[in-house]
Design a protein. Sequence first.
Length: 499
Amino acid sequence: MKTVNHWIGGTTVEGASGNYGPVTDPATGEVTTQVALASAEEVDAAVRVAKEAFLSWGQSSLAARTKVLFAYRALLDANRDAIAELIVAEHGKVHSDALGEVARGLEIVELACGITTQLKGELSTSVSSRVDVAAIRQPLGVVAGITPFNFPAMVPMWMFPLAVACGNTFILKPSEKDPSAANKLAELAAEAGLPAGVLNVVHGDKVAVDALLAHPDVAAVSFVGSTPIARHIHTTASANGKRVQALGGAKNHMLVLPDADLDAAADAAVSAAYGSAGERCMAISAVVAVGAIGDALVEKIRERAEKIKIGPGNDPASEMGPLITAAHRDKVASYVKGAAGQGAEVVLDGTGYTVDGHENGHWIGLSLLDHVRTDSDAYRDEIFGPVLCVLRAETYEEGVALINASPFGNGTAIFTRDGGAARRFQLEIQAGMVGVNVPIPVPVGYHSFGGWKDSLFGDHHIYGNDGIHFYTRGKVVTTRWPDPSEAPDGVDLGFPRNH
């Protein structure tokens, strides 16, 4: 059986704890790989390596860093398919979706290639007599990233390229459910010329996470995952004096007004709710239909959802793959099975779905729930699967109030032809990312990604300008130099003599 080991100091390091976790092919249900789970001592060893590497990398020139990043970008581009194949094998998403994930991660690498303009700093001359003031940004040291299973390549690339471009060294703790992509990213970085110890991958479970959160030499922690874990990461790491950005869960809404193009809205709802099997924090999981359009919209969504082809990710005909684990599949199914008892109309029931020849895979079909109540489990919880809830509202104001009452504030969208309504929505909605006739408003790489309320813990969003500020700290230098014309007699302004 294949074993995924750690990547520390520019080379593969075998796990020493004796603990391993299973890695399953979601399409077959078979355990194909085992991944080493690090002990606290192994985490400490990786941090020591990163700390030593920081002594030189933190002082390296911007030219040297960007040279590596440009080479890295080229290698990632050349290895898109290889990375996507690892994602398909361990996560289960279809190959085209995996390629899209790699492409979005590449955006951040490209941003990192241009780090020179982002780190220019500021200078004010002659603020007083012969006094200048300069503001500069410097790296933090060793920083860590803890990333989720749903985007095993993209989310790590949201973190470490900017971190190392800013001069930090990085410890990546990817999900133990699909670890191979992280190692591939690190191997390509080494091939691009990134010095040993600058990027390290330590696999593990809660033991490794807690060791990173408590380690005195880890200056900052980035995290993407569920809200309960994000809250724990933020609380624990902050208590240990670390800078933290912890992105949590979501319940993203799509408000559809009566004037909207219902065909476009239905297309968007199906894509945003069921793409990547709903396993993404920017999935639309709740559609709020305003006025009399609800029945027509639900019917259009149903017609489209029934045509989605579900199958193995490596089958070009598949449009949606399996869920990551059988346990997660069963949890998602439980929301659908309990929906009718909590007042919902089950328009489509995807539970019990199987794929011929892959009966042991983690399959579930698409589910559509109508007339969902806001006090139901299917609405309140982040299901993280292909389940779309439809709620009804009589007016725009009622719909906005419903959305703003949610404890989550990650992303939201409005579908309308009315520019005035769209403008009001942008300003009135309480969410960090807003789409206008765009169902999944994930910002491009040079704008930052992050939500509000229980979707974000910490002050900085991820990547973009916020990401650069997170991985650096400011310093202001005030200088005064005497004018040579005012030097007293007898002072030699030449080079000192070495005797």
